[in-house]
Design a protein around this ligand. Sequence first.
Ligand code: BES
Ligand code: MN
Ligand code: MN
Length: 461
Amino acid sequence: MQKTLEYIESHQDQHIRDLSEFLAIPSVSTDAEYKADVERCAAWLSEHLAQCGLENVQQIPSGGHPAVYADWLHAGSNAPTVLFYGHYDVQPVDPLDLWTSPPFEPIVKDGKIYARGAVDDKGQVMLQIKALEACLRSDGRLPVNVKLLIEGEEEIGSEHLEDILREHRERLACDVILISDTAMFGPAMPSLVYGLRGLTYMEITVHGPNRDLHSGSFGGAVDNPANALCAMIAQLKDAFGRIQIPGFYDSVRSVSETERRELQRLPWDEQGYADSLGLAHTNGEFGYSTLERLWARPTLDVNGIWGGFTGEGAKTVLPAKASAKISMRLVPDQDCHDIAEKFEQYIRTIAPPTVRVEVQSLHGGNPALTEIDSVGMRAAMRALELAYGRKPFLQREGGSIPIVLVLQEILAADTVLMGFGLNTENTHSPNEHFSLANYKSGSIATAHFYHELLNLSAGSA
Ligand code: BES
Ligand code: MN
Ligand code: MN
């Protein structure tokens, strides 16, 4: 292990250069214009994995962007097998003018690397690969068997990955699923995540008159679709922050008293959090703390709303239509399709007969909880403590990784969400960046993880 740690330490400059090359490829999965770049990124990644000593590297085609597979399986049949999952696709960069340097020209500034994908998820994928490379180069082997599956469609809901998992189920068989795509509790505060929220994302369009109308000649005589849309949105939540969709809470697992106490023990600075967002106060569902609201309760938010005149100055007009994108974050055991149906039904019930409403379901994913006391989690606890010098926090996460529940179901393995991001690193926003200290500590923690996993598995066999 000492040699591996020294290798990671002495190769940091090279590891940062490798990450920069990865980040320079604009693998924006949602935008058809970038299709060739996404493919180029998969090809670059495949080649890099092979250069690092991984074997059986293969691009697995899907109906959309390819997934990349690689493995190293010479630790013996008594050693456990880990499947690492990550994603090489990234979010769009807009608004571009808010970036202080071009999003696909990575630069290092004040100990951080800036680029789209720096923390989500290319930096975290790369620190995993570098840990494997370091073990292979310093010891000539890995302590455990490792498979990697790095996909190109996470940011668009992992639409085709489920088919790949079913088809290659045997080849992907493993004891532990390892994922680095989440954040730490805070700087120098490592954490393990045991819960993710799910997502249902809807778009609604309200149609009124057959054309835009003069708001004086017609205002008052016909229903205005923008007003109708706002009235409907206002009926989605009550004054206590309770979502009004019938049946919405039916399968929500309530937060246990034990978990509530655990969450209360986390060092959470409520006012500091509000201040950091430029807000006087936080706000949310009545009767729950901020961490409960973020991690253990479902919610509903308008992501965007448009219609009518939005240019400079005033134009007196009644719009012919108005639209909104509305997302719901879900918690176990809500189902994203079931919630989409319930949302649509409720919208149809509250839509006034004077307008026509179109409801469309965009992407989504299911929530997940992971076992806290698995062998994988215990190995990860020890690994993080060795790398960061303190015990990790156990926390949930408000964001979603849609494939996690599917991975658990199909592969029936323990899941470990060991992420190295920070919530202040502008994920999905302009000036996304990743701490180089965590890039290195993440590799170190990962190398420890493989050794600890072998030790613990041998102990329990
Ligand atoms: N890595 C994130 C999930 C995440 C977000 C983890 C915040 C920790 C903190 C992932 O890439 C992501 O952005 N997921 C999407 C899923 C959606 C596009 C289906 C999300 O949560 O919005
Ligand atoms: Mn991610
Ligand atoms: Mn993301």
